[in-house]
Design a protein around this ligand. Structure first.
Ligand SMILES: [Zn+2]
Length: 148
């Protein structure tokens, strides 16, 4: 179970294990108010040359493990939602890739988005890639995830 929290990656990078995580009020699985610290998980983010440590909590009542992730990032993605969206806009409107990020990655995002638009919004979708991205985001999906 992943919960998204507003947190500053730069602070997290500097403070590591001393970052002042705010413990969730209750377990997202069973609503229990008891949550125990459960160590850290490493995660890679663009712009940082070392993995950052994301806090884990465990609910002793239902066994659910909760991983806190920064808001503004999709699960399993190193680039921010904003960066990925910019890349999609750039490709759709100028047919070019953003500089500073590998074309391979941007190509993966773009292809995954188009596949997902076809899968979820059907062939008849005429809103284009950017509207498709925003729509999928709005319904709680990761628009560029390769897992359909
Ligand atoms: Zn629980």
């Amino acid at each position: 179970m992943v919960m998204f929290f507003a947190l500053k990656l730069k602070d997290l990078f500097e403070k590591q294990r001393d970052y002042p995580w705010q413990k969730p009020d209750n377990c997202p699985c069973c609503n229990s108010h008891r949550l125990w610290g459960h160590g850290f998980a490493e995660a890679i983010f663009d712009g940082y040359d070392k993995p950052l440590l994301l806090k884990l909590y465990r609910c002793p009542d239902c066994g659910c493990v909760i991983r806190l992730r920064p808001k503004g990032y999709f699960k399993r993605f190193q680039a921010s939602v904003e960066t990925i969206r910019s890349s999609i806009i750039f490709k759709s409107t100028k047919n070019r890739w953003l500089s500073g990020i590998s074309r391979t990655r941007q190509g993966h995002w773009f292809r995954a988005l188009n596949k997902r638009i076809t899968a979820y919004l059907t062939q008849a979708w005429s809103g284009g890639a950017i509207a498709g991205f925003d729509y999928l985001l709005q319904i709680g999906q990761t628009p560029v995830s390769r897992f359909i």
